[in-house]
Design a binder for this molecule. Structure first.
Ligand code: GDP
Length: 533
């Protein structure tokens, strides 16, 4: 394919993730977005009949028991909207696990997207997981569109929500639309650019696209009265405060276009899609570790951002998800694995969403492809077609949970060590060691405690090793250096470890201990890790 043709494919793509706290409506919104689009590679509904989460992958018994997804998957659909031009847009929605015990995988997903939709509940405002995920977006410079969901239910006022976001995270919302009707009385949206009114009509159960009718300001004043006047005043006030969309500020992560929705009623969902297409950036090239530039139209390259093992117990496989960075991907292509220099055959490339897989034949920058039997691939790895490129590794995120892991029977020690190395390489948990503790009981560090359960379950299922976890009384990690490590190690309630990537980590029982040490020894190097709580 010519580079012009690849450039055209890239231009019509948008790859994003929804970041939210559980229950804000991410699944409902995903379903609503899919409803507005012509699905490309999704087989069956996102939600099955009779229960939520029915298509999440159930690759481990643990997942089945809890009805949650440990995996991240990608949904691709075509969308033909007002900004689409001659060909429909291609939207890639990369799913993030939605459980409270989320893990590093959740963060890693954000390395694969070009934009994020921050979905918040109109009544609850910013919640802890939204905040944590937002910090990762900020750190990685990912532009964020803010969606205030559940506007059909009583909640805060638009200005309260705007103030909360501005004050707590320093992101300035620039509403593209303001709701007409208070939270709980969602009539429609005032389009701040046209000044017109988009009126929504409920459909039975919200299962269909909500019909929209367009009215002028005068007509809206006539029909909606005070609700319209309030919306106009809010819009004007925002204008006076300078809170209008600014594309440069948005891309710089300083402002966030804001939309009000009811995912359940399908209100505002089209506006969200339109805004994604209009404002979210199309995939861009990336730089290799050595500074080499790879443009989207250059030969194929991709980054693995997630590896999932044991999805199906009947035929144990290992699935690696890659995000394509450059070039055209064709199934069957033999690519090179930058980390080992070895060839990797892509005969079994798949698009995966939930339980459903379908074969992918071609894919372009921004797309997510699952590779089956990817035993050698780990998160952060690069795949390419000559010339060689290797992208920077995915950062490890700040762990908050620490446990030692021991094997119960001494004769399994060898398998135990092998398993630890394997799970460490896959990025299932972080593995920390120091001389004092030795190798028999390494310390596992996780962003979410469920990562530990994945380790013990896989130890048993794949390596036939029984292990016991013993929680350690630490809850905070800071990066330190060789010079500071000995002094830190001497302090009560502090322990220094080497992580397998070579980083030195000092662990603390709580933030008071950390603050005390920082105050007593201001010269010691103690730096926060990515997404520090
Ligand atoms: P998730 O945990 O973020 O995926 O949230 P879900 O999509 O599962 O939604 C959580 C609950 O909120 C469910 O009972 C949904 O029906 C409900 N919900 C989601 N969106 C809306 C909305 O816009 N309005 C109302 N009233 N309820 C919603």
């Amino acid at each position: 394919m010519s580079s012009e043709a690849i450039a055209r494919e890239v231009k019509r793509r948008r790859t994003f993730a929804i970041i939210s706290h559980p229950d804000a409506g991410k699944s409902t919104m995903t379903e609503a977005l899919a409803l507005h689009a012509r699905m490309i590679s999704e087989a069956g509904a996102v939600h099955g009949k009779g229960g939520r989460r029915s298509t999440v992958s159930d690759w481990m018994e643990m997942e089945k028991a809890r009805g949650i997804s440990v995996s991240s998957t990608a949904l691709q659909f075509a969308y033909e909207g007002a900004h689409s031009g001659d060909v429909p847009n291609v939207i890639n929605l990369v799913d993030t696990p939605g459980h409270a015990d989320f893990s590093e995988d959740t963060y890693r997903v954000l390395t694969a997207v070009d934009a994020a939709v921050m979905l918040i509940d109109a009544a609850k405002g910013l919640e802890p997981q939204t905040l944590k995920l937002f910090q990762v977006c900020r750190h990685r410079g990912i532009p964020v569109i803010t969606v205030v969901n559940k506007w059909d239910r009583p909640g805060q006022t638009p200005l309260e929500l705007i103030d909360e976001i501005t004050d707590r995270i320093g992101l300035i919302p620039t509403p593209l639309f303001v709701p007409v009707g208070i939270a709980g009385d969602f009539r429609g949206l005032l389009d701040r650019r046209t000044g017109g009114f988009i009126k929504f009509t409920r459909t039975a159960g919200g299962s269909k696209i909500a019909p929209e009718a367009f009215f002028t300001a005068d007509e809206a004043l006539e029909s909606e009265g005070d609700a319209w006047i309030a919306a106009v005043e809010e819009s004007e006030l925002l204008g006076e405060m300078g809170q209008d969309h600014d594309q440069e500020m948005f891309l710089a992560g300083q402002t966030s276009p804001m939309i009000f929705t009811s995912a359940m009623l399908n209100f505002g969902v089209r506006q969200l899609l339109e805004s994604l297409v209009e404002f979210a950036p199309a995939p861009e090239g990336r730089d290799g570790i050595d500074g080499t530039e790879r443009a989207v139209t250059d030969p194929f390259s991709a980054v693995v951002f997630k590896v999932q093992a044991g999805m199906d117990t009947s035929h144990r496989d290992r699935l690696a998800y890659m995000r394509i960075v450059s070039g055209e991907f064709e199934r069957g292509m033999v690519v090179t694995h930058a980390q080992t220099g070895k060839p990797f055959a892509t005969k079994y490339a798949q698009a995966v969403f939930g339980r459903d897989r379908s074969t992918v034949d071609t894919a372009y920058p921004g797309d997510v492809v699952g590779l089956v039997n990817a035993m050698a691939l780990a998160p952060g790895d690069t795949l390419y077609i000559d010339p060689k490129i290797q992208y920077p590794p995915i950062p490890s995120f700040a762990p908050e949970h620490f446990s030692t892991l021991r094997v119960t029977t001494a004769d399994k020690y060898k398998q135990f060590r092998k398993a630890i190395d394997q799970l460490d390489a896959e990025g299932v948990v972080q593995v920390l060691r120091n001389d004092l503790r030795g190798d028999a009981a390494p310390v596992l560090a996780a962003v979410g405690p469920m990562q530990f359960e994945v380790v013990t379950a896989r130890m048993k299922a794949e390596f036939n090793v029984d292990t016991i976890l013993e929680p350690l009384g630490y809850s905070l990690a800071r990066r330190t250096d060789e010079a500071s490590a000995p002094d830190l190690d001497r302090q009560r309630g502090v322990e220094v470890f080497t992580r397998s990537d070579g980083a030195l980590l000092a662990l603390f029982g709580d933030k008071w201990r950390l603050q005390f040490i920082e105050k007593e020894f201001p010269d010691l190097m103690l730096a926060p890790l990515v997404a520090a709580a």
